[in-house]
Design a protein around this ligand. Structure first.
Ligand code: HPA
Ligand code: ZN
Length: 333
């Protein structure tokens, strides 16, 4: 199964590029930028990566990204993950990034964008990997600020595929960002949002009705609302489920308790992603392998999940046709 999962042309729809920052690169960037870290060794960092819920994780996530200062740092961050993803057999990924978390620290939007976009170009030229870009807004910050950042990003609009919504979910309902998302729609950007991870099923409904999202990030708590499950299944709304993330953040106790099998039984359009691979115990391969071990899925199930992701990724029509073709040829071998 390991060889099969490696070969599968995987597509990752839910990835925070800042969540790919491994301790080794954190040290390298800290030293390059003259920053003293509160840790002496890589092992100490890994040891400190202890959290059991979303707020606990977010504190470390925002602290870790402080080493990212220059466009070269963003380029190196993204390129390091792109190479790893490529080695794991990922052929396309859609990356979220959090501009507000960098602007707040005095890093310019230009530095962030130039670094990420040049890495995307390099990946598309030198690796068999295409990359979609999702500008995410922090839901625990004011909607006005998000709108201002979206406007500030005007030189880069043509390079963005979508807007997203992330950070602390509870108490920060999606509806507050309706004006930001309607502006994004006006600009021709696709829309996605985290909903139903630690927050209730109602937040998924709000994201659909008030933000007009075409994909829901996580969405696992939809099962608490039968009517919603029927709607998601009828409309085949894509859910970007992150199994190891859900275990790390205590959304489920262990993978064996995860609602993924029930979601598939309910006919939902499920896909598999890693979310923040540096923090949650692995990338795409580890997530697929863990699902195989927990649920015993056969090859047909993994083909279907991959087909779902290829259909939904932010990529050109030609690229989609090529990846679907590749998948079908593999399935018929
Ligand atoms: O898993 C997540 N949930 C919400 N916000 C995030 N920002 C990075 N990762 C996450
Ligand atoms: Zn996420």
């Amino acid at each position: 199964m390991q060889d099969f999962l490696q070969q599968l042309p995987k597509v990752e729809l839910h990835l925070h590029i800042e969540g790919t920052l491994e301790p080794e690169l954190m040290f390298k960037l800290a030293s390059r930028n003259g920053i003293t870290l509160p840790y002496a060794t890589v092992d100490e960092v890994r040891d400190a990566y202890r959290f059991d819920d979303l707020p606990g994780f977010l504190a470390l996530y925002f602290q870790g990204m402080d080493v990212l200062r220059t466009s070269q740092d963003f380029h190196d961050l993204a390129m390091t993950y792109f190479m790893r993803a490529h080695e794991e057999g990922v052929v396309h990924l859609d990356m979220h990034f959090d501009p507000q978390a960098h602007l707040q620290r005095g890093v310019t939007l230009e530095a962030v964008m130039q670094g990420l976009l040049s890495a995307r170009q390099e990946a598309e030229q030198s690796l068999d990997l295409t990359v979609g870009v999702i500008m995410a807004f922090l839901r625990d910050r004011p909607a006005d600020e998000a709108l201002a950042v979206l406007e500030q990003a005007s030189p880069f609009w043509s390079q963005l595929d979508a807007v997203g919504l992330d950070s602390a979910e509870n108490g920060n309902p999606p509806g507050e960002f309706a004006s930001v998302f309607s502006r994004a729609a006006e600009l021709g950007l696709a829309r996605v949002a985290h909903a139903g991870e630690e927050g209730p099923a109602d937040y998924i409904i709000e994201a659909l009705d008030m933000l007009g999202v075409e994909r829901v990030d996580h969405g696992v708590r939809c099962l608490e609302d039968e009517t919603l499950v029927k709607r998601l299944s009828d409309e085949q709304t894509v859910l970007t489920v992150c199994p190891l993330s859900n275990v790390s953040l205590g959304v489920v106790k262990e993978l064996g308790d995860h609602p993924l099998p029930a979601m598939l039984d309910a006919g939902l359009n499920v896909t598999i992603s890693s979310d923040d691979p540096a923090y949650f115990g692995g990338g795409m391969l580890a997530n697929h392998q863990a699902c195989f071990e927990a649920f015993g899925w056969d090859e047909a199930t993994f083909y279907q999940l991959t087909r779902n992701a290829i259909e939904a990724g932010f990529m050109s029509r030609d690229r989609r046709a090529d990846l679907l073709d590749r998948l079908e040829r593999l399935a018929n071998e």
